[in-house]
Design a protein around this ligand. Sequence first.
Ligand SMILES: C[S@@+](CC[C@H](N)C(=O)[O-])C[C@H]1O[C@@H](n2cnc3c(N)ncnc32)[C@H](O)[C@@H]1O
Length: 292
Amino acid sequence: MHEDTATTDVGTDWDWVKAEDWQPPTELDTGIPHTARMYDYYLGGKDNFEADRKAAEAAIAAYPALPLLARTNREFLGRAVEFVADRGIRQFVDVGTGIPAVGSTSEVARRVAPDARVVYVDNDPIVATHARALLASHKAGHTSVIEADLRDPATILDHPGLRAAVDLDRPVALMLVAVLHFIRDEDGAQEIVRTLRDALAPGSALILSHGSPDFASRESAAEGTRIYKSASAPLVLRPRAAVEPFFGDFGFAGPGLVQLPLWRPEAGHVPTGDLPGGWQDVSAYAGVAFKA
Ligand SMILES: C[S@@+](CC[C@H](N)C(=O)[O-])C[C@H]1O[C@@H](n2cnc3c(N)ncnc32)[C@H](O)[C@@H]1O
């Protein structure tokens, strides 16, 4: 069982940020389930509190394939980063980064291109806490960490931390992996993504995954949505027809927008794993598309 504390002893390569990029730490409210910490729990992490675990357990009870979804989503992230890096992209803006876990964007990107530049953006203070702890022990490099909200894309695009790390006149991989389902339509989800897409140079990529009701029972989807109503962000499961427009006029790389585990599975093997559920139960979409 977990202790009721969040720890910072992870070893990723978040190695640089300009000091002036940081806001004072926001106080952690450990009584409210946080999306990042619930996701950490699904992944078997230890950076979560009692409220996160209770809500996560309730969500798993409603939809037992949730830990499998989280794991296959992480695997998608790694495959997609490698895919675009293999096609020459050297700059990554990872919005909704999450608590550091194995297979971070910078880790994967730098396996292909050691000079890859990565900007991490998240609005959860615990992510910033981790980053701050890690950055303190790392030398200068090409990674920037920004505490900002996806609902305010202009702040992200104009942020000195982003501008210092990436050149928006050159191709960038914009990553919106398992984050848009925390943005409501009334918060302008489509407009937000359009603003970000419009800021990218030709040759840029959009890497996106999104929770959906399409492969879950109506009851599971409704219960999951209900549980997240008391969390730090609401859950907005979208059907395929509402996910596809996030890509705008970007051209899909094969196989297009597909059920998440089916996006270029490693060596053609769709993951099944040792967790409850099978890949058919993973109720999410994933796709990668490029700007012409
Ligand atoms: C499910 S986790 C996904 C983490 C990672 N992208 C992955 O796929 O493994 C969602 C992340 O999005 C962040 N998030 C949720 N709403 C956000 C918002 N409005 N702005 C920025 N980040 C947000 C959460 O704090 C959390 O870290």
